[in-house]
Ligand binder design. Structure first.
Ligand code: SF4
Length: 64
């Protein structure tokens, strides 16, 4: 599984970074940075991030 963020939808509000700070953060310019891969132990945080995004910009791709 890997994380995909739709950059067109994302509005850089950072709710995902609160839910799953191991994978999501806002940089000094307020732009979202994220790591696509995640460990099993972080899976529930990642699912929380998917659910917390107000514009449904985060999806999980099972190909990766
Ligand atoms: S919660 Fe959604 S809109 Fe906000 S920074 Fe994360 S991906 Fe972007």
């Amino acid at each position: 599984m890997r994380i995909l963020v739709d950059r067109v939808r994302c509005q850089n509000h950072g709710q995902c970074a609160i839910s799953a700070p191991t994978n999501f953060e806002l940089d000094a310019d307020g732009e979202l940075r994220y790591r696509e891969s995640f460990d099993d132990e972080d899976a529930s945080d990642i699912e929380d991030a998917v659910d917390s995004c107000p514009v449904q910009a985060i999806t999980l791709d099972s190909d990766g």
